[in-house]
Design a protein around this ligand. Structure first.
Ligand SMILES: Cc1ncc(C[n+]2csc(CCOP(=O)(O)OP(=O)(O)O)c2C)c(N)n1
Ligand SMILES: [Mg+2]
Length: 335
């Protein structure tokens, strides 16, 4: 077997040039799957306040992209960002406590699912404003370039965000200034309850961006974690070499509704079941077994370990205190 990490531990963001093994990528996907499956149930049971958007079914993008980044690289994400944040190395206990709005949360309970951040890991934050991750990452990329830091800034966003003005302004600036920014579009076909192909004449995001802004852009299978990782690895190297930004479009599918509780009447059963049969974890497992790089008990242990970690995080979050009232005025407006 070729796994270099302890079972269930998320792969630490790799050193430059180093590729993660498929077992490592599987471990990260298993952690995200376990975390969000638990979160969906906790939200249904009213244990988690606010709104929750899961990325179940899209785990390969988070795992494959973040494993190609260093600990110092930046990521800015969306309302559907749990997977990206976990894959970039956020503490699972702190993440769960944040969703519970407890004082032990990564942002002391002030951020929640849609505003969780951890600057110490390069996680600039989730974001409830569609498209807002994009100029944030471009700003981070500009700082990296001006300070000659060699850090890459990743903007995660959905295909719906490509119709926002912010996308076009930010991509154009990154292009003319050759910024080290990786634009990662998770094309899961839907923006809220609407088929995104009805919102544009050019549904292929890579084609639209390459033609419109003259940057390197390509489309890939977003449910194939090895393909996601390889494409991101090459793109990150290109960014670091000073050749300018790259856009990667990953075709994928969200299994659950836009938010937890959305019954998805706008999707056909056939479409949903076709995509379910392309489960990114099962596909990776099949390849690992076929290549002899892992056996079934090992993969079962990876999934069990992820579930145990998430269960522990849940118990800790339940037991943690609510933030004190005075906390509302701390760590905001510069104080
Ligand atoms: C500026 C802005 N407009 C509208 C919304 C409401 N809204 C939240 S998510 C969403 C759709 C996003 O679709 P996409 O970018 O494809 O991401 P996905 O939910 O598919 O991951 C919309 C319209 C918002 N949060 N912000
Ligand atoms: Mg979408």
């Amino acid at each position: 077997m070729s796994d270099g990490y302890a079972t269930g531990a998320p792969p630490a963001p790799g050193e430059r040039g180093e590729r993660a093994s498929l077992v490592q990528l599987y471990e990260t996907m298993a952690l995200i799957r376990a975390f969000e499956t638990r979160v969906a149930a906790l939200y249904r049971d009213s244990e988690i306040p606010g709104f929750v958007h899961t990325s179940l079914g899209q785990e390969a993008v988070a795992a494959g992209v973040c494993a190609a980044l260093t600990g110092e690289d930046y990521v800015a994400t969306t309302h559907r960002g749990h997977g990206h944040v976990l894959a970039k190395g956020a503490d699972v206990d702190g993440m769960m406590a944040e969703l519970f709005a407890k004082e032990t949360g990564l942002c002391r309970g002030k951020g929640g699912s849609m505003h969780v951040a951890d600057p110490s890991k390069g996680i600039l934050g989730a974001n409830a404003i569609v498209g807002a991750s994009i100029p944030l990452a471009v700003g981070a990329g500009l700082s990296s370039k001006l300070l000659s830091q060699g850090r890459v800034a990743v903007a995660f966003f959905g295909e719906g965000a490509v119709n926002q003005g912010a996308f076009h302004e930010a991509v154009n600036l990154a292009a003319i200034w050759d910024l080290p920014v990786l634009f990662v579009c998770e094309n899961n076909i839907y923006a809220e309850f609407t088929d995104s192909t009805t919102m544009t004449r050019v549904a292929n995001v890579a084609q639209r961006t390459a033609g419109g802004y003259g940057i390197e852009a390509s489309s890939h299978d977003g449910n194939d974690v090895a393909a996601v990782h390889a494409a991101t690895h090459d793109a990150a190297e290109r960014c670091r070499s000073g050749a300018g930004p790259v856009l990667l479009e990953f075709a994928t599918y969200r299994w659950h509704g836009h938010y937890e509780g959305d019954g998805q009447p706008y999707k056909s059963e056939q479409e949903a079941s076709e995509w379910r049969s392309r489960d990114p974890l099962e596909q990776a497992a099949a390849r690992l077994l076929a290549d002899g790089d892992a056996d079934a008990p090992h993969l079962a242990a990876v999934r069990a370990d992820a579930a145990t970690r998430v269960e522990r995080a849940t118990e800790l979050a339940r037991a943690a205190s609510e933030p004190a009232d005075e906390e509302a005025y701390q760590h905001v407006f510069g104080n």
